[in-house]
Design a protein around this ligand. Sequence first.
Ligand code: DSN
Length: 414
Amino acid sequence: MQYLPDHDPVVARIIRQEESRIENTLDLIAAENHAPRSIFEAQGSIFSTKAAEGYPGSRFHAGCICADELESLAIARAKRLFGAEHANLQPHSGVSANLAVYFSVLKIGDRILTMKLSHGGHLSHGDPSSITSKCFNFKHYGLNLETERIDYDQVWELAQSFKPRMIVAGASSYPRLIDYEKMAEIARNVSAFFMVDMAHIAGLVAAGVISSPVSHADFVTFTTYKTLNGGRGGVILCRQKHAKKISKTVFPGAQGTPSLNLLAAKAVCFQLASEPEFKIQQKKTLENAAAFAAGFEKKGYRIVSGGTDNHLVLVDLRSIDLNGAVAEETLESVGIIVNRNVIPGDPQKPGISSGIRIGSPGITTRGMGLDEIDQIVRWMDIAMKNSKNGGILGQIAREVMNLCKKFPVYNKRD
Ligand code: DSN
């Protein structure tokens, strides 16, 4: 920081403290990652203040020569990376992207079939607390509670009886792969649009280490800051036949000027994600998540669905008689950052929950592997079983800090 400490020392201090928090804790939030500095340079660039309503070659503000070149470049990279016919990179977030898709081809009150939030879905898939549920008529499919995998028979039956105009696949806490072919077939059978929200797994898809929904879906939405390891923001991919409607719904329908600085970061993110190192990184992300699942299972915990095929693991804490909220707080006190999470059929309220969600992207980006995960699982297990023992927690906190120092995120010289 060159200017901020002078102009606003208070904000400068808070930012430094956040940098220190990131360096000195282990980030196991499945929806987070550690973007490279080049992403921050693009996000904090001179593009932050340019107004550019419209799209390349058709703007409502002058002075858009560089903006047009930037957005066209980012779109071309996104289409190439994901093999998409069309890409709109202007949504400010994943929720904005989802809203834009709903409003592009549906009318207020239309029926949408999505995954239940309590079984792993997302707020913007019609949860009663989300504005999406005020605009459209949602019904939800869920998991088979024995296998804890999507119950495709139920999806089929609900599609037949509910006759949705759109079916959505995608989740924020589902550790398994989704059968896009099957979901697309169900959607086709009832003449519904098929949308996939791949926010969590976009990096794994970009690297080709898990299957891609792009050829199966009418619309694919995602955010760029999770496994994809870029900056914050939303993206819509779609078939060419939907391009015009998507463009009009995003601008002028739902947004004004795009955040060109975020578009610059998206362009960088797509470039980095097309390089061979990224594929290696994403493979390790999968291996590390599997190691977390195996490690906790070995310690006697129940893993939701018995394991993971992606970057996240859901651990059921009922066997140690601890709820997710206490586990989250205890782990934060030793420098391990996770979030409490409902498990399928959870008897607890979401604010308390019976489980925790563990993600491998952050520590994988830091360079950690199987040995470190062994160690982290051991610390988490001991900490959660001794959540009231200050001495034990203090010792683990010191060991976590030492590990963090060995694997710096940004401060490579420290
Ligand atoms: N969707 C939220 C999550 O999965 O944690 C944040 O993006």
